[in-house]
Design a protein around this ligand. Structure first.
Ligand code: COA
Length: 344
């Protein structure tokens, strides 16, 4: 009897390179308080953020992505990737995608290159996409970059959002390997709920606004968020997604050495950890120093924790994200041996 299986299960995606890059300019809470009606204590107690990095005028998302991508490729030993995925909410332009120019600037012209958009969940969606490309045999080595320059879409005079977001990029290289190897990513849980699309928006610049013909207002051109509702959804959706992933893998909460959530704000991260019954010390957080960097936040947190030797080979990680859309997602991995953190 011929087998009904058309092809054997494909290889797993195994993390083999990692790097983060943030623009050098640091903006402290005090600097924001000098131009906005806010103060350091309010920002720290509501969000856990002390400072964030901000791109220079003229610096676009691809510029940050190239820096992180170059370091990640170097960290993976320098071999070229045959696919490049950029996940971002702040592409250089509405058209074309940002990934092709990033690939070319990294010396990877000819590689498959495309963007993934899932707002702050982009990195976990990007990991699943990379894993799919590798499992399908479409790519053997994928460079996945999460990069965002929220400073280009947040109104600098909007005190609610200007305090939360920062600019940055984080990148990983994934190679084809075995599912039981350290570094293999798996047990994905991805989800969305478009009935809440209006909780996190940039109203203008897309076909919805352009189809009406009129010039967008100042507010429509900028990022808007219904903070309180987002907060509630973020906690419940992240906790549910994390649970679904753990269940899928047969892991107990106690099996998780490090919970690496999207760095939305510290109160959200701690609430999710509490909800899961995870000690807060197991929650990896660098939001105090970089703010919410959107699609870059998980790889930046991983890069910081790995560089500080907080995450060590063999540790078990739960990655969970939440973002506009609404979107959410989680996955699991065991930390691999990686070369020392590359410096620019
Ligand atoms: N400084 C001082 N006061 C501020 C302020 C700031 N930067 N921003 C808002 N306020 C004021 C509000 O105007 C309001 O004043 P009022 O009571 O006189 O109307 C008061 O503080 C409370 O505002 P509120 O929006 O209810 O605060 P909050 O406790 O919900 O905190 C957020 C606001 C945005 C920090 C919080 O809702 C949040 O963290 N949401 C989730 C955001 C997030 O992580 N998004 C990313 C998801 S991917």
């Amino acid at each position: 009897m011929p087998s009904n299986t058309l092809s054997p299960p494909g290889p797993a995606a195994v993390l083999c390179g990692l790097a983060g890059w943030v623009p050098p300019r640091v903006v402290t809470n005090d600097e924001l308080a000098a131009r906005l009606d806010t103060d350091d204590t309010w920002i720290r107690t509501r969000t856990g953020i002390r400072s964030r990095h901000v791109a220079e005028p003229g610096q676009a998302t691809s510029d940050l992505a190239v820096e992180a991508g170059r370091l990640a490729l170097r960290s993976a030993g320098g071999a070229p990737a045959d696919a490049v995925i950029v996940t971002t909410t702040t592409p250089d332009r509405p058209c074309p995608a940002t990934a092709p120019v990033v690939a070319t600037r990294l010396g990877l012209a000819g590689a498959a290159a495309f963007d993934v958009g899932a707002v702050c969940t982009g990195f976990v969606y990007g990991l699943a996409t990379a894993a799919g490309l590798i499992a399908a045999g479409v790519a053997r080595r994928v460079l996945l970059i999460g990069a965002d320059t929220y400073s280009t879409i947040v109104d600098p005079l909007d005190r609610t959002n200007a305090i939360i977001f920062g600019d940055g990029a984080g990148a990983v290289v994934l190679r084809a390997g075995r599912p039981d190897e350290p570094g293999a990513v798996g047990h994905f849980d991805l989800g969305s709920d478009g009935t809440h699309e209006d909780l996190i928006t940039v109203a203008a610049g897309g076909s919805r606004q352009r189809s009406t013909g009129g010039e967008p207002t100042h507010a429509e051109r900028h990022f808007a968020m219904r903070g309180k509702e987002v907060y509630r959804h973020a906690v419940t959706r992240m906790a549910a997604s994390a649970r679904a992933t753990l269940e899928q893998a047969g892991w107990k909460t106690d099996d998780v050495d490090h919970f690496v959530p999207h760095q939305a704000n510290l109160r959200i991260l701690h609430s999710v950890a509490d909800d899961l019954g995870l000690p807060r010390e197991r929650c990896v957080a660098n939001v105090d120093a970089v703010g919410n960097t959107g699609a870059a936040s998980i790889p930046l947190a991983l890069a910081d924790a790995a560089a500080g030797r907080r995450i060590r080979p063999g540790d078990r990680l739960l990655l969970t994200a939440f973002g506009g859309g609404l979107t959410w997602g989680s996955c699991l991995m065991t930390w691999p041996e990686l070369p020392p953190h590359p410096h620019p």
